[in-house]
Design a protein around this ligand. Structure first.
Ligand SMILES: Nc1ncnc2c1ncn2[C@@H]1O[C@H](COP(=O)(O)OP(=O)(O)OP(=O)(O)O)[C@@H](O)[C@H]1O
Ligand SMILES: [Mg+2]
Length: 351
């Protein structure tokens, strides 16, 4: 067995408590067990992040989702100690973040993990090009080189021709692209996004979501992406951590979150999701009978139930799930509809 690669971020038993003598809360199981109102009453403290553990794997889009106030921003700011955790362990590429000195932390934030914010944080009197070059400037990269590299990233995010404009002469979506280009230009190992698109109108927002997915596909860069928008989370996340009151109530793929909600809260959260667009054919698959293994439309194991329904409707045949030339199984009409209807496993209807 090969050992799994070192995660980009590894977080264990992380707490962030705001308020007087915050450190006593994680240390005292009785206090830690109180709900938000109870804790505030007893101690005057708010536990924004409560005993959270997870790994961010290399190359994945790790989404942190939850309602307003659930602790998303606090959690992600703790990763580079923009907010100082109350207790717990954090490492990046196996290196302990909690023991980094100020210089090492600066290096971490400038070179290894760059942050993209909702309010773009652009410098109003500088051109687009100089805004994109800014991260390189504070890294000490020379003017000619940083402008050349910035120009490359301006093009990459689709702003070619706008290099000399000021941020005020751009739309919200374009400004967010500048913020994205600036974060990318320093070539960080991991990009941290704090609700970067929530101020954008829906069409531009969709463009930007597609941009992130594209950049991720092309470059395989690791991303941690905060959103309170479920459809955004499902669209771009490889895995999603769903937060509630500072805890992670479920961590899984979009398919796991929608298909196997961990509790009533999660079930309620995903109630209105169009299941056929999230669930894959694996959920509805059964072994092929001899007559079925050779004919019928072929689908990849990652195809959605929606795509399978289309294929089955078009051909009138049971669809085969094919991987590396091998038929893994088949999906029929009844099983696919079972998934849409939320029948556990999608298989009960077919049986
Ligand atoms: N500096 C602070 N002092 C005291 N409490 C804080 C501080 N920062 C955040 N909190 C509290 O911690 C909790 C989590 O806040 P956080 O900003 O992490 O939530 P969020 O999930 O990012 O919310 P939103 O979706 O609104 O951005 C909230 O109850 C908030 O009021
Ligand atoms: Mg926030």
């Amino acid at each position: 067995m090969s050992t799994p690669p070192t995660p980009v971020f590894s977080v264990r038993d992380l707490w962030k408590v705001f308020g007087p003598k915050a450190g006593r809360v994680p240390a005292d199981p009785e206090l830690g067990a109180l709900d938000a109102a109870g804790l505030r009453e007893r101690t005057g403290c708010t536990a924004a992040v409560r005993d959270v553990s997870f790994d961010v794997r290399k190359g994945e889009v790790f989404v942190v989702m939850g309602l307003s106030g659930s602790g998303k921003s606090t959690l992600v700011r703790c990763l580079t100690r923009l907010i100082e955790p109350t207790s717990g362990a954090i490492s990046i590429d196996g290196e302990d973040v909690m023991s980094m000195d100020a210089g090492r932390l600066r290096e971490l934030r400038r070179h290894r993990a760059s942050m993209v914010f909702q309010h773009f944080g652009l410098l109003p009197h500088r051109s687009v090009l100089d805004n994109v070059a800014y991260g390189l400037e504070i890294q000490g990269v020379g003017r000619a080189e940083r402008r050349a590299r910035a120009a490359e990233f301006v093009t990459k995010v689709g702003l070619e021709g706008m290099e000399s404009r000021r941020p005020g002469q751009l739309s919200g979506g374009q400004q967010q692209r500048v913020g994205l280009a600036r974060a990318l230009a320093v070539d960080p190992e991991v990009l941290l996004f704090d609700e970067p698109f929530s101020a954008l109108d829906p069409l531009i927002r969709r463009d930007m979501q597609e941009e992130v997915v594209r950049l991720h596909r092309e470059e395989g860069r690791t991303m941690v992406f905060i959103t309170h928008d479920l459809s955004e989370a499902l669209k771009i996340g490889d895995r999603i951590a769903l937060m509630r009151d500072g805890r992670i109530v479920q961590l899984g793929t979009p398919e796991e979150i929608v298909g196997e909600p961990a509790d009533e809260y999660v079930r309620d959260f995903v109630r209105d999701v169009p299941r056929e667009q999230v669930m894959t054919v694996r959920t509805a698959m059964r072994p092929a009978r001899a007559s079925e293994a050779e004919t019928g439309p072929a689908l990849a194991p990652g195809a959605t139930v929606f795509e399978a329904i289309e294929a089955v409707a078009r051909t009138g045949e049971t669809a085969r799930v094919i991987e590396d030339g091998r038929c893994l199984g088949v999906v029929d009409h009844a099983a696919l509809l079972g998934v849409v209807a939320g029948v556990p496993g999608g298989k009960a209807v077919a049986a």
